[in-house]
Design a protein around this ligand. Sequence first.
Ligand code: NI
Length: 213
Amino acid sequence: MDVALQIRLLFLGGLMAVGSLALGAGFVLSRLMHQREVWRACAMFSRAVEQLEVTPDVLRALLSHLSAAEADWKPAPQRFSVAEVVAHLCDTETQVFRTRVHRMVEEDGPQLDAYDQEAIAAGGGYAGQSAQETLKNFQQHRTDNLTYLRSLPADIGNRVGMHPELGQITLAQLLNEWAFHDLGHLRQIAELLRAYRFYPHLGAFQKYYTVNP
Ligand code: NI
């Protein structure tokens, strides 16, 4: 073999070594980035579960001195009373969140059912229930749901489902929506109490505030 050929072969070998090193590094990098996404999804999943754990205590505290009039006051015909907010939370606990999580865990990319809260409210589905009774049911459903969520493997957040309006969603996103939904309705109850229980009695201080129950 002449020297020129040997040099060319060596050069080719070097190129192949560098190429496979680069491929290997790229593979490792992509695995690391994927793993980072998994860890991030796990972290956001557990942040959401932490909120789901504390919501019943916050809700119970907000409702602890609720009078019947405060429970049933509707700021407008289309707006929820405190009792209706609690009924809505109780209903979504099983009809929306538990059902969706369960299906996304058990099935591959299931087509999720729609939930029309306007239709349920218009049909009186949230009306006429005792806030304290509904609170008890909500607490029981939430306890069951947390037991179920804690039984799932840490990387379960990457499971997907097909939302009827939004298309593909992940389980981690659904969990974050669940926690976000909790806080929105806790804020709504706080706003209803601000508007009904305290705002009318602020006197001159009303000038500083607006309420939007
Ligand atoms: Ni809601």
